[in-house]
Each structure stands twice: as C-alpha cells, then as structure tokens.
Design a protein around this ligand. Structure first.
Ligand SMILES: Nc1ncnc2c1ncn2[C@@H]1O[C@H](COP(=O)(O)OP(=O)(O)OP(=O)(O)O)[C@@H](O)[C@H]1O
Length: 307
C-alpha cells in the first residue's frame, strides 16, 4: 500500500488505521501510564497501535527514515527535540511520509502549544482518530530541516548553559535560572545576521516558522507553523531591563511593540558573528553559517483547529 493515496488533505478526512508511537523515555514529563492510555484508547477506537521506546539519541530519526508504509501515522511521545529527530527522518520519505502526531511530553513543548494539542492522552488519541490535520511548514538550516526555530544570542547562550541532567531535574526552572544568571553576568555578544541581503547587528536573532516560543509564549503573531513563511525576530540589546521587558512582552504576545525589537518576514538568512552560540528547536546546535530558509515541502500533522 502506498500512503500517498490515503494521506489526508483536509481536516477530518484522514483514514487512520495504523499508528506507530515512538516515545522518548528521557523526555521531560515522560509517563508510561500516558502511553498506555493513548494506545488503549486507539485500540478502543479500532486503530492498530504499535509502541516503541527510543534507546538512544538519534534513534527516532532512524526509525522515521525506515518507515515502510505500514503506518498511516507516526506519533512522537516526547518534546521538541524528539519531534525534530523524527522530522529529520520523515523528510527523506517524500510524499510517502505518514502524518506526524505528537503525544506531548517534553519540557517546553512549543509545537504542542502551536498546534493547540490536548495534553490528555485520551483526547490526543481522539484527535488522531478524528483525523484533523494540517500542513506543518518547516525551515532548513545548512540543509537540515527544523520545525520551530533557529536562533543565536541570549537564548542560544541559555540553551548551551543548561545540560541534559539539569534540564531533566529542574525542567523549565533550569532555563529560568540560567537566563537570570546570564542576564546579570552580561556576557552576551553581537550576533550578525545577513537577511535577504541586509546586514543586521543585534544581541538576539530568532528565525521562526512558528508563533509560539519557549512553551506558551508568543514570539510573533505574523506566522504559524501551519502557514508558510519565516519571520526574523531580533532584539537590539540584552541589558537586564530590556530582557525583563521582553519576557513580559512574550507572555503578553506583544513583543513587536517593544522598542529595539524587529519582526520581519524573511526568506534567506545567515547567522554570523564571532563565538555565537546557536540553538535549534530548543536544543544546542553547533554554530552553522549555512543558509536558513523555508522548506518548500510541508509535512502533514495532527492538530486542533487554531485562529
Ligand atoms: N533513549 C534515549 N536516551 C537518551 N537520549 C535520548 C533518547 N531518546 C531521545 N533522546 C534525546 O533526548 C533529547 C531530548 O528529548 P525531548 O526534546 O523530547 O525532551 P525535552 O528536552 O524534555 O523537551 P523539549 O525539547 O520540548 O524541551 C532529544 O533531543 C533526543 O536526542
């Protein structure tokens, strides 16, 4: 069976008969019980469900890349890092990629917020069964796909300052602590971005496919992961007072009103600047001077209707 014929085109018309769930047992908030309830509910709804746990970082990419058309959907039990790994594999399948689903575990879970996903496993199984899907527009950095954002500057420094063990132990508090420490230490450096032929020097630069950021915070109202189009959001200075105001503005969804913030559509970006630290989808990444651009081919994802 090829999946092309059965891939859902409109919300509500997915024919989901078989689901592969791959869960990351080291993702923040992982619970076996949630997996059992999700799988049990799918079973009650007459949907075949196979559950696999990852054994190492990168395993999800291998599993996704090796999918052979037996499953209509790949549901990732994990956070944004796990989803990023799954997407690395799914994009290699082209039109045969199954619909992506998320059983939200993880620390920040930006994509789950973006797609307005329920955090209850039973409600998530119902959503998969209902087949409400939309396109998931991706970005690429140096040719590698990303789901949400690539950034450098203050938030890249914060991500690099939190190791996996601290993140698992303290969750979002680990980031809050690192952000406070770094803001007060004032060791940030200039980030230079070349955006569509224009050079901008700032202290924080985020290229985002998505509206949400760091969990339930809003970085921009001008795009959404289910719509095409990247935005470049920059912050001109990272003095502690500015960062505090930015945190409040992110919470209110009005970052664009803050002095020193620019939020523009963008097609091609390069991150430059000496010694900058970068992050992709909430995880550390090696500094990459490669091109950041939109991926022209979206995946399909289960989501709740938004906007
Ligand atoms: N079995 C495993 N053992 C060790 N690491 C793993 C395993 N499976 C996946 N990983 C790694 O765990 C990382 C973190 O997972 P994930 O992003 O899902 O959780 P999180 O960091 O708590 O959530 P978020 O990214 O939403 O903050 C992934 O980037 C992945 O590389």
């Amino acid at each position: 069976m090829t999946l092309t014929a059965t891939r859902p085109i409109h919300p509500g018309d997915a024919a989901v008969r078989s689901v592969l769930v791959v869960a990351n047992p080291v993702a923040g908030g992982f619970r076996y019980r949630a997996l059992e309830r999700f799988a049990g509910r799918l079973d009650d709804l007459g949907i075949r469900c196979e559950v696999v746990l990852t054994r190492y970082a990168g395993h999800l990419t291998e599993i996704a890349r090796g999918l052979d058309g037996r499953h209509d959907a790949l549901v990732v039990g994990g956070g944004d890092g796990s989803i990023n790994e799954a997407v690395q594999g799914l994009v290699t399948l082209g039109a045969a990629a199954p619909t992506l689903g998320v059983l939200p575990f993880g620390t920040a879970n930006v994509l789950a917020h973006e797609l307005a996903l329920p955090f209850s496993p039973v409600a998530m199984a119902d959503l998969v069964s209902d087949g409400a899907t939309g396109p998931l527009h991706l970005g690429r950095v140096g040719g590698r796909p990303f789901v949400l954002m690539v950034s450098a500057g203050f938030d890249g420094d914060v991500v690099h300052a939190v190791d996996a063990a601290t993140k698992r132990r303290w969750g979002k508090l680990a980031y809050a602590g690192a952000a406070l420490r770094l803001a007060l230490a004032r060791r940030g450096r200039d980030v230079v971005v070349e955006a569509d032929g224009r050079r901008i020097t700032c202290r924080l630069a985020v290229v985002t496919t998505a509206r949400f950021y760091g969990g339930p915070l809003t970085i921009t109202r001008a795009t959404h992961a289910t719509r095409p189009g990247l935005r470049l959001v920059t912050l001109a200075d990272d003095a502690p007072g500015t960062l505090a105001k930015a945190a409040v503005a992110l919470g209110l969804g009005r970052l664009d009103r803050l002095a020193g913030v620019s939020d523009v559509p963008v097609e091609k970006v390069r991150f430059l600047g000496e010694g900058i630290r970068m992050q992709v989808d909430g995880d550390r990444m090696d500094t990459d001077h490669g091109l950041v651009e939109a991926d022209p081919v979206p995946l399909r994802v289960f989501r709740r209707e938004v906007d």
